[in-house]
Structure formats: C-alpha cells, structure tokens
Ligand binder design. Structure first.
Ligand SMILES: Nc1ncnc2c1ncn2[C@@H]1O[C@H](COP(=O)(O)OP(=O)(O)OP(=O)(O)O)[C@@H](O)[C@H]1O
Ligand SMILES: [Mg+2]
Length: 336
C-alpha cells in the first residue's frame, strides 16, 4: 500500500502511529485484523520493520552492525546474527565487502539498501517504509523500485510505503491512500481507480490532467482482449489477401508463417494477382511484447506509419494492438 500526499499531511505521523511511537487520540488501529492498542508494545514492534525517512542509519556503527540492530536486541547469538546479515546483504544487493564500512562511506543507493536490510532483519510480517528512495537520483531510484517489487514477489510482506512521488506510488502500490493536510483521507483505491475516477477536485488536481496517459502506463498489452488484426497465412492467395484487407479497411497486410509474424506486404503490390508470399516484405515498425505497457504501444504506433503494433510473444505472433483497442481500454468500465 502506498501512502501519498503533500508535505505535512501526516504520512510519517501515520507510520509512527502504526508502530505506536505516537498514540492515536481516537479511532482503531488494526494489524492483521487485531486491535493492537491493548497489545504489548514489544510484541507489536517485533512484527514491524521500519525504514526511517532520510536513512536514519547509525553513523558510528558499521554496515553489518546497522543491519544487525534488531537481531542483537533480540539476543541472537553471534553466528546466527552474522549469517542473517550476510543473507540480507545478498537479498538487497549489497556486496559483502561493504559490511565492514561505515554508512557515510557508501553511496545514497547503498545506504537505502542498508535501511531496507536492517528493517527486514528479524523477518517481520509488516514493513513501514518512509520515503525510502527519496534521496537518490532517478536512475538509482527506479532500480531500487524494481528491486523492491522483485523482493516483494519473494517475501510477501505487508508494506506501507510512504512517498510524495505519484509515479512511485502508482508503480509500487497495489492500493494508494491519498492524504491531505490535516490528516484527511481524500481517496483510498487501486492506482487505476485513483486515475480513472478521482473522488474530488483535490484528487483530480493531484493526479494531473494527463491521468489517462498515466493509466496507460499501468496496463500491459496482455490485458487487452486478443485481436488477430489484418493478417493472413503466408500460404494465402492474393484474392484472399485483398478480401481480408478490404474487409478491415487497411492497405497493408501481415503474413503469418508457422505462428510467426513474417512481415507486412502492401495490398497494392498484390493487385496484379501476385502471390502474397512473393511480395516485398517490410519488418514491423511497431513491435511490442505482452508485458509492454499500453503507453509504450501507443507511442510506437504513433511514431510508426502502421496503425497497429505487432505483439511478439517470445518469437511467436501474439496478435496486434490497435489504437482503437487502447482507447477502448480507457473508456470501458471494468466493473460493468
Ligand atoms: N492527523 C494529525 N493530527 C495531528 N497532528 C498531525 C496530524 N497529521 C500531521 N500532524 C502534524 O503535522 C506535522 C507534520 O506531519 P508529518 O511529519 O507526519 O508529515 P509528512 O506527511 O510526513 O510530511 P513530509 O512529506 O514533509 O515528510 C507533525 O508535526 C504532525 O504532528
Ligand atoms: Mg514525513
């Protein structure tokens, strides 16, 4: 879950409330369906890893000692701590040679990884992350985001991820909570719903005028209904080719040979009755894979002279994506 909103709206306060560094003045606080207000603080915090805003590493402790903070408080013996530290370093992509260094000798990205490793040390089911990638450049940031997604595939934690970057929230959150100043919850929904139907003008302004384009970046080609497109087997006759092209109102037709896309041919080249397989072939200018985003597919179609992008599914022909199908995916209401 991603928690997002303008500075001072209470994101850090919310995280601090979840592990009860701050006590709520009203309302219930449930972790795993249990009201935790009356439970032991130590028990609660043992189950929650916390990646603090701005790193929060101990500067006078080595990387290994930083990562080992919680296991040491829990009284693990030395060899178990050392094993766990090595395991975590590998998990978050830190070289073992870094472990004896001090945090300020490392890059911003490496420091962020240490923060994540430290929070994961005792394998808590819940992870609170307060703008963990806020202080790194966009390229490292994007890589850390991908790594977190991959890590989550493996670990299946409950993560509350604070950010003030909408793109980051859309990319990482399965749900997004958008807060406003004063701790007001403006909307809590899936990323697609946030963009598709903003709850009010604040949300609408927050997500921006290009929310349709942002939605296209969340959807993949594989989510569209299958569309064969204007294609024929390369064994087809010229009259079959012309008939297909006329039926679909296109000037180019694709040839399929053995389940593979064999190139586009001009329908005009077939007018004299020549066999499609012998016509001059043009490789697909717009080509996507099933996991390409619709935004990417649209861009390829717009910048090529074709009206559809060919889906290359591991070498096999996987149908086509048309601008019309992309448009339909934006206007259709999935709940209907
Ligand atoms: N619901 C609330 N009730 C009372 N005080 C609040 C509430 N939400 C936030 N505050 C106060 O507002 C201040 C800023 O809150 P907080 O640090 O949580 O903001 P933030 O969203 O994390 O901002 P930033 O993006 O700058 O990190 C704090 O002093 C906090 O005590
Ligand atoms: Mg904050």
């Amino acid at each position: 879950m991603a928690l997002i909103g303008p500075s001072g709206c209470g994101k850090t306060t919310t995280l601090r409330m979840i592990n009860r560094l701050i006590e709520p003045t009203s309302g219930r606080l449930e972790v795993n369906g249990r009201d935790v207000i009356n439970e032991s603080l130590t028990e609660l915090r043992r189950g929650i890893g916390y990646v603090i805003q701005q790193g929060g590493l101990f500067p006078h402790r080595t990387v290994a000692q930083n990562i080992a903070t919680v296991p040491r408080t829990l009284g693990w013996d030395k060899s178990r701590v050392a094993d766990r530290v090595a395991e975590l370093a590998e998990l978050v992509g830190l070289e073992l040679t870094m472990l004896d260094r001090y945090p300020d000798e490392l890059s911003g990205g490496q420091q962020q990884r240490i923060g994540v490793a430290r929070a994961l040390a005792a394998d808590p089911p819940v992870l609170l992350m307060d703008e963990p990638f806020g202080a790194v450049d966009p390229i490292v940031r994007s890589r850390l985001q991908d790594e977190l997604l991959a890590l989550q595939q493996q670990l299946h934690k409950t993560i509350v991820f604070v950010t003030h970057d909408l793109e980051e929230a859309l990319k990482l959150g399965d749900r997004i909570a958008l807060l406003n100043v004063g701790g007001i919850l403006e909307q809590y929904s899936t990323p697609d719903e946030l963009l598709r139907s903003p709850a009010n003008t604040f949300v609408e302004q927050f997500v921006g005028e290009d929310r349709g384009m942002k939605r296209l970046a969340l959807k993949s080609v594989a989510e569209l209904p299958f569309e064969t497109g204007p294609v024929i087997p390369d064994t087809a006759s010229s009259s079959e080719a012309v008939a297909t092209a006329e039926a679909q109102g296109v000037e180019w037709i694709g040839l399929i040979c053995d389940d593979r896309f064999g190139g586009w041919v001009r329908v005009a080249d077939l007018a004299n009755g020549s066999v499609p397989a012998d016509a001059e072939r043009f490789p697909p200018a717009a080509q996507v894979t099933p996991d390409s985003t619709l935004r990417n597919a649209m861009e390829l179609i717009m910048t090529s002279r074709t009206s559809v992008a060919v889906i290359n599914d591991g070498g096999h022909f996987g149908g086509v994506v048309s601008l019309d199908a992309i448009r339909r995916s934006l206007v259709s209401e999935p709940d209907l």
